[in-house]
Design a protein around this ligand. Structure first.
Ligand code: 2RA
Length: 340
């Protein structure tokens, strides 16, 4: 006995990875439906060895389906997630729409798996922002040991976080730098992304931070601990896949680097790659296609009492989105929707 699963937004970066990961992890699927916009109806997508044809989301009846993994924008999610939820299909939503709703659990299974139990309020569970997911996987085991007071994080976010169009723009702009007459003007981003970095992701807030930075603060408080004080600077970099983060942590209690390294090595979802030698650390290209949240450059911050610096890298399409959503579906099935 398996689950009747729907993937909504199957033709996008994240939807594509959701199908790959459902197949890789042999999620117990009794039946699967893949949905896309009307203009993408009929598009074929891969699910393991199978090829599935996308159905029109507008016409789909969610009645009788167990779970729907949503990988579409907030506007479309606002229209269709309530329809699915009302039909009795539990929505696991990757958009930001429901993340801050007190009646919707925001879940990273390695951190707060038990929160899925609260899905019944709206029949919806929210997936966190990609930059938050990998960070809280890294912070949680350390917080359990030495209570985190404050986090300062700088992110180096790949263009796949903005979608396929942004990946094409990076590729074409890069080519255009070398092929005379083929320059490509910025369109997805406000400035050139090839050979450049852009300290601006999402919209600006009144206090001068960006919404991406606000998300990291709000989501960390909801998922982990409202008392943690966090400040973020989120930067777009000319990398196709893989988000990187330089994380500075101040603890309530002393935690030396060796104990921190041992804790991280034993923690769920984490792989420590930490040698003080050429190449002894993780980089985005190493993370592509992998499940792990990688941690490198573990070292004390002697400028503050009880300080630690770490480097954190993960595939933003996987742990940052599709893998986390599938893991939520696994936990939901195990804890709440047992079959057979
Ligand atoms: C980004 N975190 O990287 C945002 C949304 N995926 O663009």
């Amino acid at each position: 006995m398996g689950y009747k699963i729907v993937v909504v937004g199957a033709t996008g970066n994240v939807g594509h990875e959701m199908l790959n990961i459902l197949a890789e992890r042999e999620f117990p699927v009794e039946e699967i439906a893949v949905l896309a916009s009307r203009r993408s109806q009929g598009t074929e997508v891969s699910f393991g060895e199978r090829t599935l044809k996308c159905q029109d989301l507008e016409q789909f009846d969610f009645t009788g389906w167990d779970m729907a993994l949503f990988a579409i924008g907030s506007d479309a999610t606002k229209k269709f997630a309530p329809i699915a939820a009302k039909a009795g299909c539990v929505v696991i939503d990757n958009s930001s729409l429901y993340r801050y709703d007190p009646d919707v659990p925001l879940v990273v299974p390695e951190v707060n798996a038990e929160a899925v139990d609260g899905y019944t309020k709206k029949n919806i569970i929210a997936n966190p922002n990609c930059s938050t997911a990998q960070m809280v996987v890294a912070l949680k085991p350390l917080h359990d040991r030495a209570r985190i007071k404050r986090v300062v994080v700088s992110t180096y976010q790949s263009v796949s976080g903005s979608g396929k169009e942004a990946m094409d723009e990076l590729w074409n702009q890069t080519k255009g730098m070398f092929v005379p007459g083929q320059e490509v003007a910025p369109s997805v981003y406000p400035k050139q992304i090839a050979f450049n970095v852009i300290p601006h992701i999402d919209v600006f807030m009144d206090d001068g931070s960006t919404k991406e930075e606000w998300k990291m603060v709000a989501e960390t408080k909801k998922i982990m601990d409202p008392k943690i004080r966090l400040t973020a600077t989120c930067v777009r970099v000319p990398v196709f896949v893989g988000h990187s983060e330089a994380i500075n942590i101040e603890f309530e209690d002393f935690l030396d680097e060796d104990e921190a390294r041992d804790i991280l090595r034993e923690a769920p979802g984490i792989l420590v790659v930490d040698k003080r030698e050429d190449g002894g650390y993780i980089t985005p290209v190493d993370s592509v296609g992998e499940y792990a949240t990688y941690i490198s450059r573990i070292r004390p911050d002697s400028t503050i009492e009880n300080g630690l610096n770490i480097w954190c890298v993960s595939d933003n399409l996987r742990k940052g989105a599709a893998l986390n959503a599938v893991q939520i579906a696994e936990v939901l099935g195990q804890r709440c929707l047992k079959k057979g």
